[in-house]
Design a protein around this ligand. Sequence first.
Ligand code: SF4
Length: 366
Amino acid sequence: MKKTRHVLGISGGKDSAALAIYMKTKYPSIDLEFYSCDTGKELDETYQLIKNLEVYLGIKINLLLATRETSEADPFDHFLTLHGGYLPSATARWCTKTLKLDPFEKYVGNDPVVSYVGIRGDEEREGYISTKKNIQSIFPFRKNIWSEDVIAKVLSNQNLDKVMPMFSNVYWGRNKEKFEALISKKIDTSFTLKHKLNAILDTDIKGFNHLVFQFLKTTEYPLAMENDFALLDNEDILIKSDIFKILEESGVGVPEYYKKIKFEVNGKMGEYARSRSGCYFCFYQQKIEWVWLYEQHPDLFNKALEYEKTGYSWSEEALGDLIKPERIQQIKEDYIKKTEKNAQKKSSLLIDILEDDDAGCASCFI
Ligand code: SF4
C-alpha cells in the first residue's frame, strides 16, 4: 500500500508562507513536502520569499513547471501561444488550471496526498483546489480544518447511522450530551448543514475532529491510511494579523509588495500596494494595483502592455487607457475615497482596505 504524502504549496503569498512556518514549527513530526508552481511571471519578491523560506526552515521547495525545464519559453508564454494569444481572464482562466493545478496533480500522481491549504480563519471561502480523489485538502488555520466534501458526508442525514456508533471511540468530556444531540439532529431547512457544523464546532472542536477521523477510516480518503493525525487536537484559528506576525517574527519577512507606499494626488495623500501574489499581470488586480505596477515596476507594466498587442486586454479597460494621466488621477482619487470610507469601519492596515485575496483562487494567491 502506498504511503500517504503530506504536501504544502507555496503560492508566493503571505498565507501559504506563514502556513509553511506554522506547520514546520508546530508539527515537525509531519513529513512535509513543499512545492511551488512557477508560471515564470511571478514578481521577484515571490522568488525571494521562496529563498527566505528555504533558508529559514531548512527545506527544499520543489519548483514545478508546466513545461519542460528545457523549454525556451516561460510556462505562461508557452501556453499563451497554444491558446492563440488569448489572454486568460476571470471567466476564461486557463492559466490556473494549466500552470498551477495540472503540474501539481502531475507531481503527486496517483499517490494518496494530504494537501495543506492556508485559507485563514477570517475568510469565507473554500478556494479553487484539486478535486482528484487521491488529494485531500486540510485547512489548519480554520476552526473547521476539513474540506466541504468531507463535512457534507460526515454530517449528512444519510450517514447518521454510520456516524452515531463512532461516538464510543471518542473522548467527549462534559460536552458529550450536547454534542450527541447536535450530531443526531437531522439537517433541514431550519437547521442547515452550516448551522449544524457551526454549532458542533462551538461545542467541541477536538471532539469533532476525532469523530471525523473515525469516519474517514471507513472511506478511501488519504487520511484513512494514517494511524493518527497530529491536527486532530488543533484548536488554533489564525486571522490576517496572525499571519503578518508569523512572517515578521520568524525573520522570513512580509513580501515587499504588501508594503504600502505613499502617493499624492491633488493635495491629498493616499497609500497603495499590491494585495496578492501571482503573476505580475494578473487580471484579478484592481485598478489601483495596475497603477502601482505602472509607477513602482514600470518594466513589468510595459511587459504586461506588450501582451495587449495581441488585441486582447487584461481587464475591461485597456492598459494604455488606464495610464493616461487624468485616468491615473481619477483612479487614485477614487481609491482615497474608498480608503477613507473603509477606514471608518476597519483597521488602518492597507491590506484590509484593498480587497485582499477575496477573488481568485487558492492555487495562486494564498
Ligand atoms: S496569478 Fe493570475 S494570471 Fe497568474 S496563473 Fe494565477 S490567475 Fe492566472
